[in-house]
Design a binder for this molecule. Structure first.
Ligand SMILES: Nc1ncnc2c1ncn2[C@@H]1O[C@H](COP(=O)(O)OP(=O)(O)OP(=O)(O)O)[C@@H](O)[C@H]1O
Ligand SMILES: [Mg+2]
Length: 361
């Protein structure tokens, strides 16, 4: 990777529960970690990807930059969930000049909003082989092309841009969580020849992405996540949000609460596992020749106790906690390595964003 320093961006993952920041530096011997941090948000600041309390979020971002002493104001951020649609479509081969018009035409049928309300972007994919297209009786890859279509709701993108500007930052790249995660995975373990799934379990959202050879076969964002557990603890134990989060992460000393806590976690987590299984079943039905060999989990909630084992049991696919920082040069005098290791799966999106640079695609 030969990216010039002046194009360096700060990766900023603005989630419902917390904002994650990662800054890297390209040095002679590789990629070094420069800054890494997280700032929590109150429960109603961002709801379903929509920014509700702009001042709260703005000041959280400003403080994060200040506390970590990050000077670079150029950032890459991302959106996900219902406001963005990522879809691989197959078209007959077209001249480059015609492509854009054809894609706009095609796109309309995949986008559940008015096409005027979205920013449309596309990327022509390398095609390794046309096996699956032939299997489905469609055109062979030789005379067809695959295009990755990305449609993002304009008003949501505009809100994120305004938010960053209010925090005195320059939004330079607007990415999608699932793409950022692919880049993070690639940095962490290299491009995967076999088909694997990246599952990001946040607070309000589970993002599932099946990838092979650096290309996404399928993505889905579902409304599940760690907040489900927090909310149930709040109502079961009659405690406020902060207290419920503490109980979730640290358990409870009250003997009779232990069982309820366990039941809450088990029932929520089994809902996640069922959702992930449904998505993986969909992938195997759509791509009968592919089989998912590994599942990489990330996001703050992938650390909930028992989840990874349960997912592995239910899917019979090996599950790994994604450590995208594995191959970074990390100065042990500057960073607490235990903290870095703990944070690694939660900052995967932010790291993927930090790998982007101005003007790349
Ligand atoms: N050790 C842990 N065990 C269980 N849950 C955890 C742990 N650490 C953090 N979480 C939970 O992870 C969630 C935050 O994860 P993350 O930062 O990935 O979410 P987010 O990006 O803010 O949310 P979203 O992607 O849904 O917008 C919270 O629900 C938090 O309680
Ligand atoms: Mg997230």
């Amino acid at each position: 990777m030969s990216i010039q320093k002046k194009n360096q961006l700060v990766g900023l993952d603005i989630g419902c529960h917390s904002i994650k920041l990662v800054e890297i530096d390209y040095v002679k011997s590789g990629i070094a970690l420069k800054s890494l941090g997280i700032a929590g948000l109150p429960p109603d600041a961002i709801v379903e990807g929509g920014i509700k309390e702009i001042e709260v979020v703005t000041s959280a971002i400003k403080n994060l930059f200040k506390n970590l002493k990050v000077k670079n104001k150029n950032v890459a951020t991302s959106i996900s969930g219902y406001s963005v649609i990522v879809k691989k479509i197959s078209l007959e081969k077209k001249e480059e000049s015609e492509l854009e018009a054809v894609i706009y035409d095609e796109a309309e049928q995949y986008i559940p909003f008015d096409i005027k309300e979205v920013n449309l972007d596309f990327d022509t994919l390398r095609i390794a082989n046309g096996a699956e297209e032939e299997e489905e009786g469609e055109k062979a890859a030789a005379d067809g092309i695959d295009v990755m279509l990305v449609a993002a709701k304009k008003d949501v993108v505009d809100d994120y841009v305004s938010l960053l500007q209010a925090a005195q930052l320059n939004p330079m790249v607007m990415d999608v969580d699932s793409f950022a995660l692919q880049n993070a995975l690639e940095l962490g373990i290299g491009e995967q020849k076999e088909c694997c799934a990246i599952v990001n379990i946040g607070a309000e959202e589970i993002g599932i992405n099946a990838v092979k050879n650096g290309i996404s076969l399928f993505t889905r964002d579902s409304s599940y996540g760690g907040s489900e557990i927090t909310r149930e603890i709040m109502s079961e134990f009659n405690v406020p949000f902060e207290e419920a989060e503490k109980i979730k992460l640290g358990g409870t000393k009250v003997e009779k609460e232990k069982k309820s806590l366990e039941e809450i976690v088990t029932s929520v987590v089994s809902g996640w596992v069922q959702e992930i299984k449904r998505a993986l079943d969909f992938v195997s039905n759509t791509y009968p020749d592919e089989s998912i060999e590994k599942i990489y989990v990330c996001g703050g909630s992938c650390r909930i106790s028992g989840f990874q084992k349960y997912l592995e049991q239910e899917t019979a696919i090996p599950v790994f906690e994604l450590n995208p920082l594995e191959n970074l040069l990390i100065n042990e005098k500057m960073f607490d390595m235990r903290y870095i290791k703990y944070m690694a799966p939660q900052v995967a999106v932010a790291l993927g964003l930090a790998l982007r640079s101005i003007g790349d695609k």
